[in-house]
Design a protein around this ligand. Structure first.
Ligand code: PGA
Length: 263
């Protein structure tokens, strides 16, 4: 059970702002400028911003990496070739520190398969980009009480061919699909039990030590008001914030809560 995992991994938290398809290059640059003015560099909170692909490169020149890191929202898994419109992880190397992979909007709007996601995880790792592997059940799967199976299946598939050593580079984002962008955020108790399910399955795949070490964050209608409830979950390592991260002041407030959380 959850309490059998001592928190021996670092108590540092990761807070990811997923801008989705918002902010053009000018707006993105302005946002980053504002956030860097607002935020001191907190050593115990890793802040990660995920702008659209177009802004990534210019933000990578503007950003102070002691204050925040950058994530791509997606990447393609082949390194080059006749794949019109795609951006390979190979081109993001050195620009993005992280890449969101398998976000539910990619899975369900753009019909990404488990195989696509697995290949993208590997492409990111091969190019020194840390994958943020997003998993989570739909409303229907939840109603059918399939959450545990869905999480296990998505982990098994997404992490196939990932070594125990590489697992240390990965962040798992638990994002119940029904909670994303709906205002219907998951109850902290449910997040706690999902995190326990994830660690249990990682233990099954990689052993107990790896399960204790892997970083897991929650995403889905996180706000300034509900953030502290999740940050209080001992086995959770941070948050993935969508809509609310578009307001630099609100995002900064969530980051500050993570920083001032009692360790
Ligand atoms: P939300 O999005 O915070 O707007 O619900 C979270 C996400 O999709 O990562």
């Amino acid at each position: 059970d959850l309490h059998s995992f001592p928190t021996r991994r670092s108590s540092d938290l990761v807070l990811i702002g997923n801008w989705k398809m918002n902010f053009n290059m000018h707006e993105a640059s302005l946002y980053l400028h504002n956030l860097m003015q607002l935020l001191p560099s907190y050593r115990d909170v890793e802040v990660v911003l995920a702008p659209t692909i177009l802004s990534l490169q210019s933000l990578s020149l503007q950003i102070n990496r002691r204050i925040a890191k950058l994530a791509a929202q997606n990447c393609y898994w082949r390194d080059h070739g006749a794949y019109t419109g795609e951006i390979p992880a190979a081109h993001l190397r050195g620009i993005a520190d992280y890449a969101l992979i398998g976000h539910s909007e990619r899975r369900y709007i753009f019909i990404e398969s488990d195989k696509d996601i697995r290949l993208k995880v590997q492409a990111a790792l091969r190019n020194r980009i840390k994958p943020i592997l997003c998993i989570g059940e739909t409303a229907q799967e939840r109603a059918l009480d399939e959450t545990k199976d869905v999480l296990a299946d998505q982990l098994t598939s997404g992490l196939a061919n990932v070594t125990a050593e590489e697992l240390g580079q990965i962040v798992i984002a638990y994002e119940p699909v029904w909670a994303i962008g709906t205002g219907d955020n998951a109850k902290p108790a449910d997040v706690k039990s999902a995190v326990a399910t994830i660690r249990r399955h990682i233990a099954h795949l990689y052993g107990k030590a790896a399960a204790e070490q892997v970083r897991i964050v929650y995403g889905g209608s996180v706000t300034v008001d509900n953030a502290a409830d999740y940050l209080a979950i001992r086995d959770l390592d941070g948050l993935l914030v969508g809509g609310v991260s578009l307001d630099s002041h609100q995002f900064k407030e969530i980051i500050t809560k993570a920083h001032s959380k009692e360790k």
